[in-house]
Design a protein around this ligand. Structure first.
Ligand code: ATP
Ligand code: MG
Length: 729
């Protein structure tokens, strides 16, 4: 028997081999839906001799498409697998439109705009329509435009429907956006779908051509299909062709983008005869993980009950970890990863999931500092993001040594990075002149900008202004707290205004997170200076230290990006209220959004095969000065399947908190925690254990600060003895 079919159970095989009827598989996470799709394709090619290029499979992400190609290639050989039409729906549409561009009334080389391009297009529109647009972000405008387009609401209709000033403005933006987009002959992601739908609907010749090419069509993750995508798929299925769709209504996580679970539920009315297969056995997760996930999702009122079971045994309980300080959360994760790795589990079998991209900062930082190889999927590493590099460059300028110090030359890179961030009208020619003058006078760029002898008066004024801004910030630095320096930079340099104006809310969220980073560094070691902070950061940003080549890396990604994947070990981090569930989603979407957040949690939990860790922290949010709280979903995790590991990390706390309840919210525990530590006296010669650096010996103590010698290559570190990372051995 063929390779992929071999391990299937009877119900799965039945679904894979059914070719006389359309097939719908409705089944829970990890029940082998994707596996059936793969086996089915293999069966069609190997057993029935179907030409590979008459088979199509639509997946949700590029990553899923690639994985499908790889898995198929190893089962049926590269040559056959190559010809199977595996793609995402968007790339399929791009292909259809390209091939029949004339019929679609598009130029052959039409441009596809991604979200960034959309925002770029919006910028001048916002400027021109700038009557009180402050309340609307570019992200919101993109969302508004998209939901109108997918709802087939034209700009004119949107105008008529606008019932207040805000919606009137949005409708204006929409109208102008469409006008400019069409002038540019560009299409956004919604247009890709809409134009394809239109083309297939109106042009019989094109529709018939595509229908005649395809005998077997498959769609994975069908629960997240939206009405337009469904229409496209419908038009591709010839009368006697065969459609097979698979999905899990509990994993619908894109309703905010128009996905509708009704489509999979009503499928049998549209495609007759249809054979529905229900799979109940989960082959992925152990009983504890599966039961806990099932119980969480049962709290959703709108759902169809399922009875998912596993024979994989009880397995380990889900480990919960409540950190009292923000940094302890990633440290805990790192420590678990190290232990698991020592126990023989490769890094690539572990994944850290989080609700939003900005949350990767604290995890990345710790993983880097202790050299745990990791890769971020579907995002850029925190310290590599452009806005972070910009603000770090400003910090470098502020940390610079005094004038005449030869080291000041190294400032040039930082100057060049931010000289026009935000725009200051200092042109390329001026920069060239400045560089030349700096060389001649043996000075650095910044100092030359302060008193140029070669620039025109106008250019010189601009350059001098930049120099003065830096001087003002330096003055400010003398009196302000280190973390507040971020606010000052954002303010004095105009960087925040630039982001606000550009409606770059996510970037602003990212740079504000730097303040959190500095505040934590200072809390960790009160002797932190701007210089030491920047030096530490350079260690995280140094690419050479990463073994990016290796395949054996811990995966970091958002829960959305984790859809369809699985890992033996999964960490769900940042399990805090307002984060997961996301405050923004709930504010915008109400009760329905809360159910979607719960489905997201279900997706996250069911990625785990053997071990699942859920972590959160009660640290201070230095940006809005609030205390973090655990997620409300914590209450939905049944006692029976969980174990609380929060107390295991420090022995003295175990003694003082022996009878604490497993997962109650402990508002005062951070305080108690610190008080408990105050009782510990550290002396020269004491042996200590640090969560990250390991064992060391105290060389000296000055008030609360201990100098501790750790083994090579760590060296001596100054550490606050009250900090929870430290304990006596
Ligand atoms: P999701 O809902 O997360 O997309 P899924 O239903 O697509 O999950 P798969 O990813 O296909 O599930 O399968 C989950 C795991 O179970 C995979 O590791 C797969 O190899 C394994 N598996 C599937 N069917 C069987 C089977 N009959 N016997 C043993 N293992 C199986
Ligand atoms: Mg799947």
């Amino acid at each position: 028997m063929s390779l992929l079919m071999e391990k299937l159970n009877d119900a799965q095989k039945e679904a894979a081999c059914e070719i006389d009827r359309h097939v719908r598989i409705v089944a829970g996470a990890g029940s082998g839906k994707t596996s059936v799709l793969m086996a089915r394709i293999e069966y069609l090619i190997n057993e029935l001799g179907i030409w590979p290029n008459r088979i199509m499979a639509i997946t949700f992400t590029n990553k899923a498409a690639q994985e499908m190609k790889d898995r198929l290639a190893s089962a049926i050989g590269f040559e056959d697998a190559r010809h199977v039409r595996i793609s995402t729906i968007h790339s399929l549409c791009a292909r259809i439109l390209r091939e029949d561009s004339e019929a679609a009334n598009l130029p052959k080389n039409f441009t596809i705009m991604d979200t960034e391009d959309q925002k770029t297009l919006l910028r001048p529109i916002f400027k021109e329509l700038s009557t009180n647009m402050d309340e609307i972000t570019h992200g919101q405008a993109v969302g508004y435009i998209s939901s109108n387009k997918t709802g087939k609401v034209s700009p004119q209709m949107a105008q008529d429907m606008a019932h207040n000033q805000r919606f009137k403005q949005l409708a204006d933006v929409y109208e102008e956006y469409e006008k400019r987009r069409q002038e540019m002959k560009a299409v956004d992601f919604d247009d890709l779908l809409l134009e394809t739908e239109k083309l297939l609907k109106n042009d019989e010749e094109v529709r018939t051509k595509w229908q005649n090419r395809l005998d077997f069509i498959h769609v994975d993750e069908f629960q997240d299909i939206d009405p337009i995508q469904y229409q496209i798929i419908k038009s591709l299925v010839r009368e006697d062709a065969n459609l097979c769709v698979v999905g899990d209504p509990d994993q619908t996580i894109y309703t905010w983008r128009g996905a509708s679970v009704d489509i999979i539920l009503q499928f049998h009315n549209d495609f007759k005869p249809c054979h529905t297969v229900i799979l109940n056995e989960n082959y992925r997760s152990t009983q504890n993980i599966l039961s806990a996930a099932n119980e969480v999702i049962e709290n959703n009122s709108k759902r169809i009950k399922k009875d998912l079971f596993t024979k994989l045994g009880e397995g380990e309980k889900i480990t919960l970890y409540e950190a009292q300080e923000e940094e302890r959360e990633p440290m805990y994760i790192a420590r678990q990863i190290n232990e698991l790795s020592r126990a023989g589990i490769p890094y690539k079998d572990m994944a850290i999931l989080y609700r939003s991209n900005y949350l990767s900062r604290n995890v990345e930082k710790v993983l880097r500092s202790i050299h745990i190889p990791h890769r971020i999927y579907g995002g850029i590493r925190y310290y590599d993001r452009a806005e972070i590099k910009d603000v770090l460059s400003y910090l470098r300028l502020l940390a610079a040594p005094d004038e005449n110090d030869p080291k000041r030359k190294s400032l040039d890179l930082a100057v060049l990075r931010v000289i026009n961030q935000p725009k200051r009208g200092i042109g390329a020619r001026t920069i060239e002149k400045l560089s030349e003058e700096a060389r001649k006078r043996d000075m650095n760029l910044l100092d030359v900008m302060g008193n140029s002898q070669t620039l025109s008066p106008a250019a010189s004024k601009k350059a001098q202004k930049f120099y003065e801004t830096i001087q003002e910030l330096k003055d400010e630095m003398k009196t302000c707290e280190l973390p507040d320096l971020i606010d000052a930079i954002l303010d004095y340099t105009g960087y925040e205004d630039m982001l606000l104006e550009a409606k770059e809310d996510e970037r602003l969220e990212n740079v504000k997170e730097l303040k959190q980073d500095l505040a934590l560094a200072l809390q960790n070691d009160p002797n932190t200076t701007l210089e030491s902070y920047l030096q530490d950061i350079s260690l995280y940003t140094d690419k050479n230290r990463d073994d990016e080549e290796s395949d054996n890396m811990v995966s970091l990604m958002t829960v959305h990006a984790a859809k369809g994947t699985e890992f033996p070990v999964v960490f769900i981090s940042g399990f805090n209220e307002d984060v997961f569930p996301s405050r923004r989603s709930i504010e915008e979407g109400g009760a329905a959004a809360l159910e979607e957040e719960r489905r997201l949690l279900y997706v996250a939990m069911t990625r785990a095969k053997q071990r699942l860790f859920i972590t959160w922290n009660n640290g201070i949010n230095f940006i809005d000065r609030t205390h973090r709280r655990p997620s409300r979903f914590l209450q939905e995790l049944t006692e029976e399947y969980i174990v609380d590991d929060s107390r295991s990390e420090s022995s003295e706390e175990q003694n003082s908190n022996q009878k604490t309840n497993t997962h109650s919210t402990k508002a005062n525990s951070a305080l108690r925690n610190r008080k408990a530590r105050r009782g510990v006296h550290y002396r020269k010669g004491d042996k200590v254990d640090h969560t990250i650096y390991g064992e060391g010996v105290i060389v000296s103590v000055d008030k609360d600060i201990a100098s501790i010698a750790f083994p090579y290559p760590i060296g001596t570190k100054k550490i606050n003895t009250n900090h929870p990372t430290l304990s006596k051995v």
